[in-house]
Design a protein around this ligand. Sequence first.
Ligand SMILES: [Zn+2]
Ligand SMILES: [Zn+2]
Length: 285
Amino acid sequence: MDKEMNYGSDYKFIPATSIGSGVGIQLLPDLFSHTIQIVNIILVGSPVTNEFVLVDAGMPDSAEEIISVVEERFGEKAVPKAIILTHGHFDHVGAIIELVKHWNVPVYAHELELPFLTGQKSYPEPDPTVEGGMIAKMSSMFPNEPIDLGTHIERLPADGTVPHMPEFQWIHTPGHTPGHVSLFRDIDKTLIVGDAFVTVKQESLYKVFTQEQEISGPPRYLTTDWKLAKESVEKLAALHPEVAITGHGLPMTGEQLATSLDRLVREFDTIAIPDYGKYVDKDLH
Ligand SMILES: [Zn+2]
Ligand SMILES: [Zn+2]
């Protein structure tokens, strides 16, 4: 018998939004991003073949919206082949249990992320004191207890392949979380970043609302290892992506992406690492 799946006891709807909420963007014929309040979900796969995968699972209480986005793009009763998680933070797994029950599909995440997805381990508490803005200050209300997907979660294959995304490979990009991954397609240099870096200053309520584009490191209030976070950004920049969809903020492409990533790598300590906060190692400044 299947063990009952459950969210943590601190799971709840978070009242945050942006002008991008509810808006979808088709970046490539087989790459579609949709914003749930303040976080992006991504559909990879062509509506012509109808074979597709969902990357990340939105905010708490967003299952109905995600299902309708999927059905609008792929047809009524369309079902993804799998759900791939970049990491297990509440804003990336918010609707996952309802979606798994509705579609009965496998979910994949990095091995090091599994304790947070199988009820074994809580994420460190978000840091509301971190340098930033109103979202950072709100972050103490964010759920950090693990969800439990029981037998519905599997580890990503060790050889770097991504199930049902044949042209992509997963890249371990820890720092924001231990088992954070980004997904990369070499033929057209498409990068699904997760939260390894984002294109909006995610700590700021105003900038999140307006979605003003600004390259940033991972969201500060939930990032606990800044040394690894920096190495992960360097790893992604070295791939020279042409198209990047981040977990938060609008997609970035071409020259703007190249110069922004270059700047983020060179000035990581000033752009990304907060001046103060409980997870900031003094040696990094
Ligand atoms: Zn995150
Ligand atoms: Zn996030």
